[in-house]
Design a protein around this ligand. Structure first.
Ligand code: PEP
Ligand code: MN
Length: 352
């Protein structure tokens, strides 16, 4: 349920209403939008009569039921307004969301050694990326495949952050690792394979770093939004949704089917920012640029692109990784579409 306040409602009145709602056993959550203040109510609202709530104050404009099972993640919960996820980085704050320019995340699948991660960070920054991605803990299909360097790779990510000022995105696979990863990462990634790991979602929702939630490879949009709801319900409002391709019947040519229809669908269902990952979405470097450009045209808020200094030698996901040179060219191509849809701001590294 949401309580929409009239424009200009006094702060003291909103607080009084919240207190009264809390006394009725509800958990009111004040959401300050661009135009209006809305109070979100989750809990046992089934038997509540919206008209009764309306009577609490003449400053209440409307009381509406949120129909979807994902309450906090729904677009209605913010009365139709998109939210922003603002991430402080050494180079300044970067904002993800519908009202902001496109955010570019790039880097290798795995952190392999200091030289390669620092070099890749420098190259992607010079091309115009805002964040460096790189896995320390890797979820691999085979237990015999490279599992990531783990904790030692975290200090290499810290070195790349220090050298470039780029924000860091890296994956958390297991709850006990959250704290040490959060010391280095600016955004914590939950991978496709862990989207249904509800205890991890609860734990990651209980810490403060923003979360990048990848879509499970066989997850419906509703299941994905319910996974986001776990994080939001645990107290962390900063969730970005990342489409990374789903399983369909044809895996002969592309690793996954990149579902770009999520762009308009999510936009109508949720206020959360959206990221598209054409690297895992296609599995082939030569298909990545076309899908990246299509995603910008379709209205994505951000992109994640795997880049490796020598894809043929990569310890994971080489076939889908762009070379730094190809990435550089891609950013120039992206700027054409980005400008056409009004979502481009020249990255600081490029202006410098
Ligand atoms: C990754 O980002 O390298 C990764 C493993 O992604 P996903 O969880 O989407 O497979
Ligand atoms: Mn990868």
């Amino acid at each position: 349920m949401i309580v929409v306040m009239k424009v200009g409602s006094p702060e003291a009145e909103i607080n009084r209403i919240n207190q009264e709602l809390a006394e009725r056993g509800l958990t009111p959550e004040k959401i300050v939008g661009k135009h209006k203040v809305v109070v979100g109510l989750v809990g046992d609202t089934v038997d509540l009569d919206p008209l009764q709530i309306q009577e609490i104050s003449p400053w209440i404009e409307q009381v509406l039921r949120v129909e979807q099972p994902y309450k906090r993640a729904s677009r209605e919960y913010r009365h139709g307004e998109a939210s922003s996820v603002v991430v402080p980085t050494p180079n300044g704050s970067v904002s993800f969301g519908e009202q902001h320019p496109l955010v570019i995340v790039a880097g290798p699948c795995s952190v392999e050694n200091e030289e390669m991660i620092v070099e890749t960070a420098r190259r992607v920054k010079a091309a115009g990326a805002h964040f460096l991605r790189g896995g320390a803990y890797k979820p691999r299909t085979s237990p015999y495949a490279f599992q990531g360097h783990g904790e030692s790779a975290l200090s290499l990510l810290a070195a790349a952050r220090e050298a470039t000022g780029l924000g860091i995105i890296t994956e958390v696979m297991d709850s006990p690792d959250i704290e040490k990863i959060a010391e280095v990462a600016d955004i914590l990634q939950v991978g496709a394979r862990n989207m249904h790991n509800f205890s991890l979602l609860k734990r990651i929702g209980a810490q403060e770093k923003p979360v990048l939630l990848k879509r499970g490879m066989s997850a419906t949009i509703e299941e994905w939004l319910m996974a986001a709801e776990y994080i939001l319900a645990a107290g962390n409002p900063n969730v970005i949704l990342c489409e990374r391709g789903i399983r369909t019947f044809d895996r002969q040519y592309a690793r996954n089917t990149l579902d770009l229809s999520v762009l308009p669908v999510l936009r109508s269902l949720t206020h959360l920012p959206i990221m598209i990952d054409p690297s895992h979405g296609t599995g082939r470097a030569e298909y990545v640029p076309a899908m990246a450009l299509a995603a910008i045209a379709g209205g994505t808020d951000s992109l994640m692109i795997e880049v490796h200094p020598n894809p043929a030698k990569a310890l994971s996901d080489g076939p889908q990784s762009l070379t730094p040179e190809r990435f550089d060219r891609l950013v120039k191509e992206m700027s054409v579409i980005g400008k056409a849809v009004g979502r481009w701001s020249e990255p600081a590294a490029v202006l410098a």
